[in-house]
Structures are given as structure tokens and as C-alpha cells.
Ligand binder design. Structure first.
Ligand SMILES: C[S@@+](CC[C@H](N)C(=O)[O-])C[C@H]1O[C@@H](n2cnc3c(N)ncnc32)[C@H](O)[C@@H]1O
Length: 243
């Protein structure tokens, strides 16, 4: 039986247009509420506020740090998905979290420049902006420098080429992240040195990712047995508390 608080989060998230699955909505809530480290929560890519609301509900529940929601609200490079600011503002009000959200309506790189002056530590970094390799890499490099030791980084849509490659290069190979896990299309990890067992597991994961020719266009386009295999090999189970 799912915990009442997760049913609550799902019921709110389902009312907001966006790309998160129910499990991902609960994961973000859980990471914001209970994730390790001290510092701000930073979201790159808010769209209409689905993930923002989940993060903010979590941190609000625990009376923790605010969510800095970075989005220029002009969509992707090909101009799809722009004009979302009014819906975003409406949703953070409607779901009672506006006091926990600080919108940064600008490009990620510009927001990172202002952050450089603040030099505020980040304890949870959620990357879900442009999914082009160069952009995801840039978001990672600009923002992860502020992630505290023990903080959590999470990427969305990790079957896309951009996040997929960045996770290979900067998370699995780096020797700086441990407990690399995934829930649906979200991969998340803790900034702390992996132990030897984890290093071996990361090498195995990289190898399997290379022969399986992951990333996929979409998971549902793959034969079922591949999906099951991917779930078994790449994706750890949900954290206990979400089950
Ligand atoms: C995939 S959507 C985010 C979805 C959202 N996290 C959700 O849960 O529904 C990506 C968002 O990133 C924003 N975006 C894309 N490139 C950006 C950039 N360079 N700087 C700031 N925002 C950007 C777009 O405007 C868009 O709203």
C-alpha cells in the first residue's frame, strides 16, 4: 500500500502538464524532503511547474531550503514549449508552494553567472532543461561545482542522447559519485567517492550501456525483454520509502 503522502504528491502532480511519471514525482518529493546535505535546491527546466511543485512540496514538508527554479520559459531551441511562465506561476500558487519557490526567469547560463556571485551551496540539483548533449554538459559543469559533498544530482529523460552521454562521462566514469540509481527516466546519484564495489558496478554498467546501444528513442519502442533487462541492469529499485 502506497504511503498517503505519495498519493497526495501524485494527485497534485497529475493535475499539472509535464513529463514526469508518478514514480518520478514521488522521487523528487522524497529527495527534496529527505535528501542528504545542506543547501539550496536548484531546478534547471521548470516548464509548467510539475517537477517544481513536487520538489517544493517535499522541502516544504520538512521546512527545508527553497527551490530555485531556472527556466527562461521560451522552450527548446526549435521554439517548442515556450510561453509557459503564466502556467508556471499559476501552478506554484494553486498548489500552495510559491513561498518555497524562487523563479529565475532566464537562461541557465545567465542564472549560473548570478549564482557565481552568491556562491550558495546546492544540496539537490535537478537537470531537466535542454536535452542536447552540449547543453546538458554545460548545465552540469556550470552548476555541479556548487553541489555539496553528500548532495544529490538528478537528470531527467536519460534515454535522450544528451543526458545519456553526460551520465556516462561525468557520473559513471568520474569517480566522484556514488549510489547511482534510477527511477523510470530519472538517474540520480550522491556526490561522494564510490567504494571499490561501486566502481566495479559502474564499469559493468558502462560496458552494458555501450553494447546495448542505449540511449533509446523511447522505452516503449523496445522489445519487452530488453525493457525488462534494462530495468534489471540499469535501474535500481525504487528507494524503499517510495514502494
Ligand atoms: C523538459 S522541460 C522541463 C519539464 C519540467 N521539469 C517538468 O517537470 O514538467 C524543459 C524546460 O527547459 C527550458 N529550457 C531549455 N533550455 C533552457 C536554457 N538554456 N535555460 C533555461 N531554460 C531552458 C524550457 O523552456 C523548458 O520549459
Amino acid at each position: 500500500m502506497m504511503k498517503k503522502e505519495y498519493r497526495f504528491v501524485i494527485s497534485k502532480a497529475q493535475k499539472i502538464e509535464g513529463m514526469l511519471t508518478d514514480k518520478e514525482a514521488c522521487l523528487l518529493y522524497l529527495l527534496a524532503k529527505e535528501g542528504s546535505g545542506k543547501g539550496a535546491i536548484v531546478e534547471i527546466g521548470s516548464y509548467k511547474g510539475k517537477s517544481t511543485v513536487c520538489l517544493a512540496l517535499g522541502t516544504k514538508k520538512a521546512s527545508r531550503e527553497k527551490v530555485y527554479a531556472v527556466d527562461w520559459h521560451k522552450g527548446w531551441k526549435n521554439a517548442v514549449g515556450g510561453g509557459t511562465l503564466p502556467d508556471f506561476k499559476r501552478n506554484i500558487r494553486k498548489f500552495g508552494v510559491y513561498r518555497y519557490v524562487i523563479p529565475m526567469v532566464m537562461k541557465s547560463e545567465e542564472a549560473a553567472r548570478t549564482w557565481t556571485k552568491k556562491k550558495m551551496p546546492i544540496r539537490l540539483l535537478w537537470i531537466d532543461g535542454s536535452h542536447d548533449y552540449k547543453d546538458v554538459r554545460k548545465d552540469f559543469l556550470l552548476w555541479s561545482q556548487y553541489l555539496v559533498e553528500g548532495g544529490v544530482i538528478a537528470f531527467h529523460d536519460t534515454f535522450w542522447n544528451g543526458p545519456y552521454k553526460v551520465i556516462n562521462e561525468y557520473i559513471l566514469k568520474s569517480g566522484k559519485f556514488s549510489k547511482i540509481s534510477a527511477v523510470d527516466y530519472t538517474v540520480f546519484a550522491i556526490k561522494s567517492k564510490p567504494n571499490n564495489m561501486e566502481k566495479l558496478k559502474n564499469i559493468k554498467t558502462l560496458f552494458l550501456r555501450s553494447i546495448l546501444k542505449y540511449p533509446m528513442r523511447a522505452e516503449h519502442l523496445q522489445p519487452r525483454f530488453i525493457n525488462k533487462f534494462i530495468k534489471d541492469v540499469f535501474l535500481n529499485d525504487l528507494p524503499e520509502k517510495i514502494k
